[in-house]
Design a protein around this ligand. Structure first.
Ligand code: C2O
Ligand code: CU
Length: 482
């Protein structure tokens, strides 16, 4: 019910904004005073200071209901442009992205550009920026894509992300050597929509468990399990029986850009017959690390390099704790493909974790004494489905305050029995002695510290990237104060 309440509130907020345009300025009691709002001149001023190439990359994106073939199963779902994933946007750092997004969905939607330090009024966070696209409507997003790396975009309303509304956004870094022959984007997803149920029904079922048997957080003996058993796990919109195939030549080097667009699934990714050299996480370079496998939470990205062998190789994403896989194939020569249930031994090899990753010099945040610390306790549980931050469900009236120019220390403390991939909009943070990221997995009982520079004024969502946790309350706002 909170969802409906919030939407009703947002409609009221829009009505107030409309009245404001006519000259009657009614204060909105839900928005505390003294904040740098998305409309603040500081937001435009910071955008004007970003390095810009002057190149404008224009896109038309249509959010629409479509029937999609998952490689056997056909589902009716919500898509960008009728395809799954939506068409990749690829620009160079400093280019201006201009995206005219039209909606033929039955409800309001937004587009959030995950991973970009973007101007706040283009962030597409429904609860804050309030430029929702209504059914039949259109909105033009226009912003400088200043943050190189593997990013993506998706809606920020309700459970829409768990339908088919997602697509890659690659920002190329002209300063990067690029020592590879192939550049492949691999989008992972857990799929339920159009299979006789949909994400709203999943959410209703999760809530209905209230008071029932709990303890679903660590299913399958994995600390990274989820609560939703999805019928399908997809790579680039395909089930394992009909996988997408990447082709190259033996000896070539391939850069693989992994994006987890799932809603309730961590994937363990490995390449049968190959090693992975991790070069980036969340778009940010790390000192290269070789591994057999890596784990990627919802919202995270990893870039890996691999040298291609001769034959057909399975790229497998094991759904942690769920006993199912997503699959793609890499073909460089003859041979028959592996069975669609293939579990390469590399999955059980050495799995890289944050402890192995260190930010590359060029992006390491220099040490500095924090001006302010925000402690973010992750709270709630499966039992009551009462996810929250600091013991409280999302409330737009509540902010974690910062001031522009501050060094901010964020301390995540997971007080729950479940893991949470925590994502901050508009910034990247430096994990203590680790990589620089925008989404970090916090395991049950774990405390993780990280630092960021408050250099992008506005109001920014900070939330769990489990769609169902976020929608039921594990979200807050990092809010710049005037
Ligand atoms: Cu990828 Cu707030 O989201
Ligand atoms: Cu969570």
């Amino acid at each position: 019910m909170r969802y409906l309440d919030r939407r009703a509130f947002l409609r009221a907020g829009l009505a107030v904004a409309g009245a404001g345009l006519l000259g009657e300025c009614a204060p909105n009691p839900e928005i505390p005073a003294g904040l740098v709002l998305p409309t603040d001149p500081r937001v435009a001023a910071v955008e004007a200071g970003r390095h810009a190439t002057g190149v404008v990359s224009s896109h038309r994106i249509s959010a629409e209901v479509a029937e999609v073939d998952l490689g056997g199963p056909r589902v009716t779902t919500w898509t960008y442009g009728g395809v799954l994933p939506g068409a990749e946007i690829r620009v160079r750092a400093g280019d201006t992205v201009q995206a005219d997004v039209s909606s033929r969905l039955p409800v309001d939607t937004t587009v959030h550009w995950h991973g970009l330090a973007i101007r706040n009024d283009m962030d597409g966070a429904h609860a804050i920026t309030r430029n929702a696209i209504s059914p039949g409507g259109v909105f033009q997003y226009r912003f400088i894509a200043a943050t190189p790396g593997t990013h993506w975009f998706h809606p920020h309303v309700g459970t829409q992300l768990d339908r088919g509304l997602y697509a890659p956004l690659i920002v190329e870094d002209p300063g990067e050597p690029g020592d590879y022959d192939q550049d492949w984007t691999v989008v992972l997803d857990d799929w339920v929509d159009g299979t006789g149920t949909d994400p709203e029904a999943v959410l209703a079922r999760l809530r209905a468990r209230r008071g029932g048997m709990g303890g679903m957080g660590g299913m399958g003996g994995s600390s990274l399990g989820g609560a939703v058993a999805y019928p399908y796990y997809l790579i680039n919109g395909r089930v394992p029986a009909a996988p997408v195939t990447f082709t190259g030549r033996p000896g070539q080097r391939a850069r693989i850009r992994l994006i987890n667009a799932g809603s309730d699934t961590a994937f363990r990714v490995a390449l049968g017959g190959g090693r992975l050299r991790i070069t980036h996480t969340d778009g940010m370079p790390v000192r290269p690390v070789d591994a057999d496998a890596l784990v990627i939470g919802m919202g995270e990205r990893y870039d890996v390099l691999t040298t291609l062998g001769d034959g057909v190789f399975p790229l497998v994403a094991l759904a942690e704790g769920k006993d199912a896989i997503a699959l793609a194939l890499i073909r460089t020569g003859g041979g028959s493909p592996p069975p669609s249930s293939v579990r390469p031994g590399e999955l059980a090899g050495d799995v890289a974790g944050y402890r192995d990753l260190v930010a590359a010099e060029a992006v390491r945040l220099p040490a500095r004494t924090p001006d302010i610390e925000q402690v973010i306790d992750l709270t709630g549980g499966m039992m009551n489905y009462d996810w929250g931050i600091n013991g409280q469900a999302f409330d737009p009236a509540r902010r974690l305050g910062v001031h522009e120019g501050q060094r901010v220390r964020l301390t995540f403390r997971n007080r729950t029995m479940t893991w949470h991939p925590m994502h901050l909009h508009g910034h990247t943070f430096q994990l203590d002695a680790g990589p620089r990221k925008d989404t970090v997995i916090v395991l049950p009982g774990q405390t993780i510290g990280c630092d960021l520079n408050a250099d992008n004024p506005g109001q920014w969502m900070l939330h769990c990237h489990n769609t169902y946790h976020a929608e039921t309350g594990m979200a807050t706002i990092l809010g710049y104060r005037t």
